[in-house]
Design a binder for this molecule. Structure first.
Ligand code: AMP
Length: 228
């Protein structure tokens, strides 16, 4: 019974993985599957940058250089978002936490609950380089395309006609910088979630649907386990 009650609300999970591992795509689909919000710190920071607020402009300086935005800034943004009503019944975090200290802050924010699973989507580096350097996005709604799968009209978004652009941080030098940063940051974070017993590793190669069903299986499985 305990277990059925737990399953009646949505999952509280985070997706980890290198840039280009498919986190954003999968997080949106996983969130839709469970009917919970998809909370992407990258999207929230880019929206602030596009709005041109002084906060957004400062965040953009870090993002354009491929650096992490300082913890206190990101944690504030996430705390506000998690306090909104729709996040009470579960959520899928995408791009947060990125550091061990963000993970510890998240635990404090969620207490007395906790994350049910931290899912690491594992993809080899040559595959992510190809995915990222070819990635193009709609400058208006953020829809993701690839040079191998462009929109119907090459330079405009299928959804809203917005201009198709390459993100500053998808240029090769920024990609390499982000991948190096990721390697440095991820070790302690993975260790943290492994220590809590909630780390799950899923192969991110194959079709979007194949990876999605692996992730869903993993989340359902994690939620069937008795609460720690
Ligand atoms: P993403 O779309 O997740 O690749 O994030 C794009 C950029 O936003 C990153 O390269 C960072 O500059 C910034 N960012 C996103 N999430 C975080 C986070 N949790 N901590 C620090 N910076 C972040």
């Amino acid at each position: 019974m305990e277990h059925e009650r737990a399953l009646s609300s949505g999952p509280r999970v985070t997706l980890l993985g290198k840039q280009g591992a498919g986190k954003g795509t999968q997080a949106g689909r996983v969130a839709a599957h469970y009917g919970v919000p998809h909370i992407s710190t990258g999207d929230m920071l880019r929206a602030a940058a596009a709005a041109g607020t002084s906060f957004g402009r400062r965040a953009a300086e870090y993002m354009d250089a491929g650096d992490l935005v300082p913890d206190n800034v990101v944690i504030g943004v996430v705390a506000e978002r998690l306090a909104e009503d729709d996040a009470c019944g579960g959520f899928v975090l995408d791009g947060f936490p990125r550091t061990r200290s963000q993970a510890e802050e998240l635990q404090l924010l969620l207490a007395p609950n906790d994350l049910e699973a931290a899912i690491d989507i594992d993809v080899p580096i040559p595959v992510v380089m190809r995915r990222l350097s070819g990635r193009r996005v709609c400058g208006v709604c953020g829809a993701i395309y690839h040079v191998d799968h462009p929109p119907k009209h090459k330079w405009t978004c299928d959804a809203d006609g917005g201009e198709i652009i390459q993100r500053q941080d998808d240029h090769e030098s920024a990609i390499l910088r982000r991948l190096n940063l990721y390697e440095q940051e991820i070790g302690p974070l993975i260790g943290h979630y492994a220590g809590l017993g909630i780390l799950r590793i899923v192969s991110g190669t194959g079709t979007v649907e194949e990876v999605l069903s692996r992730i869903i299986e993993c989340i359902d499985d994690a939620r069937r386990l008795p609460a720690r």
